[in-house]
Ligand binder design. Sequence first.
Ligand code: ADP
Length: 626
Amino acid sequence: MAKKEFKSESKRLLDLMINSIYTNKDIFLRELISNASDALDKLYYRSLTDKKVKVDKESLEININFDKDSRTLTISDNGCGMTKEELEANLGTIAKSGSLSFKENMTKDEKIDIIGQFGVGFYSAFMVSDKITVTSKSIDSDDAYVWESEGADGYTISKSSKDEVGTEIVLSIKEDSEEYDYCKYLDEYEIKNLVKKYSDYISFPIKMECTHHELKDEEKHEYEDIKEVETLNSMIPIWKKNKSEVEDVDYDNFYMDKFSDYDKPLKVISSSVEGMCSYKSLLFIPSHAPYDFYTQEYEKGLALYSNGVMIMEKCGELLPDYFSFVKGVVDSEDLSLNISRELLQESNNLKLIAKNIESKIRKELEKMLKEDRENYISFFKTFGVQLKYGVYNNYGADKDKLKDLVMFYSAKHERLVTLSEYVSEMKEGQENIYYASGASIEKINALPQVEQVKDKEYDILYLTDYVDEFCITAIQEYEGKKFTNVSDGNLDLESEEEKKETEKVNKDNSDLLKAMCEKIGEVKEVKFSNKLKSHPVCLTTKGDVSIEMQKVFDAMPNDMGIKAETILEINEKHPISEKLKDLFENDKEEFEKYTEILYSEARMIAGLPIENPTEISRLICEVISK
Ligand code: ADP
């Protein structure tokens, strides 16, 4: 039979897995049990919605068998099973997203990170096995198939005999080595412990034949080994247990298992609500973004249960987009099992739960920000963009819910601050919330416009993310204070005297300024200003669109032609001003060259492209060689 190769990325992942860089090999068992439990859930749900499928709920179970002589460990379930195509698709490809980056000579941490990016899953079984045999019969197929693989060099699929619908996975456990005693996975006591530790909450019985020593003769102290099938797990879903009964580590393990994460969650939010629509929920904020979070494939949603029975793996209606990173489970007795998913998604009870959950998450985040700032900042660095996006999405409909959760970099404190913190520290006489945007903190620090505001000892919020300015524009004002871009042409920070002085200079030189404006063409205005301390020129804007926003628009695939209205400002106290005045009187040709060079400088400082760099470079050389 021809061996099929794994896709090349899968192969490399498998190599990593087989060479066992994961220190916690034990987790393979919880992964296989969790897959079996999902398969049982799927079959049971099918029976509720498809009259042709008859299932007795009591019969659904997971079985574990071990055999020390043949060194095999078998995990079987009577769930939905897999067709030949599903075996191929589900077990033949490991990396679901094709964008994992392999490097030569990766460190151990980098390897773990790569494995973490796609979740450990079924393949973790290769950490402890030389060979894996999966025999499966799908509820949708008359034939059973067997998938077999000894690791990275490929797998085979062939027809097999299996009467019952379901899946059986046989692991040939590795020989013991100096580093590791694989035989522990063939030990009754160890297996029992692992199931209790990682899979206790699984809602189907996990059964295994266990040995008891039973006293046969009291006088002679004789014991007899009796074999009996035992259910190893308590079957109480973790979200149905009392908070006091559950330890943090149990929540962490449940999360890592259920949502295939290699890291503990950053925050666990559990709640039990009684009322018009009662439900229990167990929510998690991951400590890092899932590998596919910023891709089209990412699907938000919470697992939805009706009294312990899973109805939907990812119910998107339960989460607003701005909390799409939240993972978790919702279980309600007030949701009917017997209506279609489409109707369920429309149900008022579901909407009520969704509303409660949104507000619960929000309150918990607010609390974390107040009481556990370090953790909040770590959260915000990972998912803050999502919140900022939520502020301006839907024409700002949710901005009031989110404006106290967003943070921006403060120039004064050199760390993230909230808007409320900024406003509470505003100087006497400071009317506005100042912000500046740019590609990085260093670049914003170097902006000429920043100097004048800092000189007044006003703090400035530095916006470095492309969503930041859109977010701030949507909020409009905070506690009555307007947001003002330091690059706004009308910053209005001068004293009356200074203003008058500049007005006069501009008036006296109106011909010169007009000539410059005409030469440049694309600016709205050229003016002398006294806002620049050491810099000769800068570009400011009029109106709602800033230069940074224009850059975002420019980068969009369909250019909407949205442009910032720019003003070239010239530092009136800089020697260049006198030079310009002199040239305007005496050498028009040279004056035009200076105009072009100065405008290019201003664009450069603003991070805008220069259309004709060769020409500008030629002009500069011409001028400086004189
Ligand atoms: P994940 O469980 O995260 O999707 P896995 O690699 O563990 O990833 O499993 C891949 C897929 O194989 C599962 O999504 C499921 O469709 C299928 N699968 C695995 N084990 C079973 C099983 N016991 N019964 C039915 N399908 C299974």
